[in-house]
Design a protein around this ligand. Structure first.
Ligand code: ZN
Ligand code: ZN
Length: 194
């Protein structure tokens, strides 16, 4: 995998640009809500209306860890995990301690222990519990989305990167290399417990 040409958008802090891999060449776009996503230099006009990439659940080849924002992760599958190894370990331990999946580790509900076979024998209360869990799961995904923006903008600031300028992914990763992941996790945990 080669992401030398990929950058981080200074407005939404998501990755965009060309990624080269054995599976082909992909032009990844930054956040769908980002006003600058279709205005990037070097972006082909044909990329404006992208079709779903073959073999992907959504058009994202790589992403940054949702907790520390300092590690590059493979993405694009509904089974993709949102955390690097170090952060994932902390999240799983924390969820176990809490007795429930407070912080989701990926977008598929089954990864987070949610799901119920809806057989007629399932008591109504159980069904209501599951629906409630799904609802909270949605809320926790939104919450995590907010956290990952905070983490990335903290990294951006502490690395002294220019606020108005997109930065190469490689440069970004090397400038956040020494980041304290435990501190990032504590920040995220507190954000969830607030
Ligand atoms: Zn953007
Ligand atoms: Zn991480």
């Amino acid at each position: 995998m080669n992401y030398e040409d990929a950058k981080i958008c200074s407005s939404c802090l998501d990755i965009y640009g060309f990624v080269y891999s054995k599976m082909g060449v992909f032009y990844q776009k930054c956040d769908s809500k980002c006003l600058n996503r279709d205005l990037k230099k070097g972006m082909l006009l044909s990329e404006k209306k992208q079709k779903r990439w073959d073999g992907f659940d959504f058009n994202e080849f790589v992403t940054l860890c949702y907790c520390c924002g300092a590690e590059l992760l493979k993405s694009g599958s509904r089974w993709s995990v949102w955390f690097c190894e170090a952060c994932k370990k902390r999240v799983l331990e924390f969820n176990q301690e809490m007795g429930t999946s407070v912080i989701p580790i990926g977008r598929h509900s089954l990864m987070n222990g949610i799901g119920l076979k809806l057989e007629p024998s399932v008591p109504k209360i159980k069904i209501e519990e599951t629906i409630d869990h799904y609802r909270r799961f949605g809320a926790s995904i939104n919450h995590l989305d907010q956290w990952r923006k905070i983490a990335k903008s903290c990294n951006w600031r502490s690395a002294g990167l220019d606020s108005g300028q997109d930065v190469g992914v490689i440069r970004y990763l090397s400038s956040v290399k020494g980041l304290d992941k435990e501190e990032a996790f504590i920040g995220m945990r507190n954000f969830f417990l607030k």
